[in-house]
Design a protein around this ligand. Sequence first.
Ligand code: G3P
Length: 217
Amino acid sequence: MKFFIDTANLDQIREAHDLGILDGVTTNPSLMAKEGVKGKDAIMRHYLTICEMVDGPVSAEVFSTTFNEIVAEGEELASIHENIVVKVPMIKDGIKAIKWFTDNNIKTNCTLVFSAGQAILAAKAGATFVSPFLGRIDDSNWDGMQLIEDIVEIYNAQGYLTEVLAASIRTPLHIVKCAAAGADVCTSPLSSILGLLKHPLTDLGLQQFLKDAATMK
Ligand code: G3P
């Protein structure tokens, strides 16, 4: 399973990249706004900076919702860097645009996916990635993991090439369960990635090893 980081924060991207296990980055308008990025030039520069930091897919989301505008905006985003993946919302014009991008060799990430039916449409349109929002489903008192499992099963049964990119990750356990379910990619906040490191027995064990090591100096 590939590890993407779900942020537009350059320090967090750098920290995850320095671990040596980062395969890509996903952003969305909320994450970009959180970094105070304002205006088209600054937005384009920010994406370019991320692409220069991480050698892997970088999802940049369109702000438009109509076919012609999504295509125009997506083409512009894709021209920033070869690793840009145009992130498109799961709406009717979004699906049409994903098909257009597929036919024109532009990579896409179909976002805001909350059902297996939506995931089938994204795959039919040729999306490079589909982003089911695991955490937001859990937040709504439904079973987010079940959706990831269903999409993986359907894609395997149908031989769809679209990669399942589990998004809206809240905890390290989400990452572990996504790996078990066969997700192709998990995009997580830095806190969930670093949370994978933690175990009290590791801390206790290391403490003892260091104590014993000190007696041999
Ligand atoms: O980028 C899409 C997704 O990961 C958003 O996550 O935490 O806002 O539900 P969240």
